[in-house]
Each structure stands twice: as structure tokens, then as C-alpha cells.
Design a protein around this ligand. Structure first.
Ligand code: SF4
Length: 106
């Protein structure tokens, strides 16, 4: 009987520890789902150069640029991470632009 109570007590203790530890790990950003921020796309990247990527769309001299088009409203952009489908492993500037810009679906 005592053994049953001890194992129940141990079980309840483990549940309490798990219930406390999981949110704490999340708050510390050490859950497996959290990832390091993506490095900024270097302007020297050959593909970035080929597509005339620029960090400030208002400064592009490309004739392909349509007024108002930026990475932020491009279908290849992921706002949460700054990632661009075309430049895997890098983040691009929301105010940036490149010649592969395509309007994000509404
Ligand atoms: Fe920006 Fe779109 Fe070009 Fe990616 S494809 S760099 S999101 S304009």
C-alpha cells in the first residue's frame, strides 16, 4: 500500500515538474521549434545580383520595378522570418525588391 502511494506521489511530482518546465523552456526560447534568425541576404550573392536585389525598393534603377512593389507584398516573402523562397537560408528586407517580384495573392 505504501509502495502504491509512493509511486503515485512520484507520478504527480513528475507531472507537476513537466507542467512547469515546458512553458519555461518556451519562454527561454529553447524549444526545438524555435530557430535562429536567418542571416541577411548579402548584396554580393550572385543570384541577388542577377535579380537586381536591393534592400530599398525606392532606390532601384531597374526598369522592371513597378511602383509600390516590395518584398513585403511579394508572394515569395514570409513576413514572420523575412525569408524569401528564392534565397533559401537568407532573409530579405521587407522594403527590398528584386526582378523576380510577383504580387502576393490577396
Ligand atoms: Fe523580395 Fe520577392 Fe525578390 Fe524575394 S522574390 S527578394 S521576396 S521581391
Amino acid at each position: 500500500m505504501t509502495e502504491h502511494r509512493d509511486s503515485r506521489r512520484r507520478f504527480l511530482f513528475q507531472v507537476a515538474v513537466a507542467a512547469t518546465a515546458v512553458p519555461l523552456l518556451g519562454a527561454l526560447g529553447s524549444t526545438p521549434a524555435s530557430a535562429a534568425p536567418l542571416p541577411k541576404l548579402p548584396l554580393s550573392n550572385p543570384q541577388a545580383k542577377a535579380l537586381s536585389y536591393i534592400e530599398d525598393a525606392t532606390k532601384t534603377k531597374s526598369p522592371a520595378h513597378k511602383p509600390g512593389s516590395t518584398c513585403a507584398n511579394c508572394q515569395f516573402f514570409t513576413a514572420a522570418t523575412g525569408a524569401c523562397t528564392l534565397f533559401a537560408g537568407f532573409s530579405v528586407a521587407p522594403k527590398g525588391w528584386c526582378a523576380a517580384w510577383a504580387k502576393k495573392a490577396a
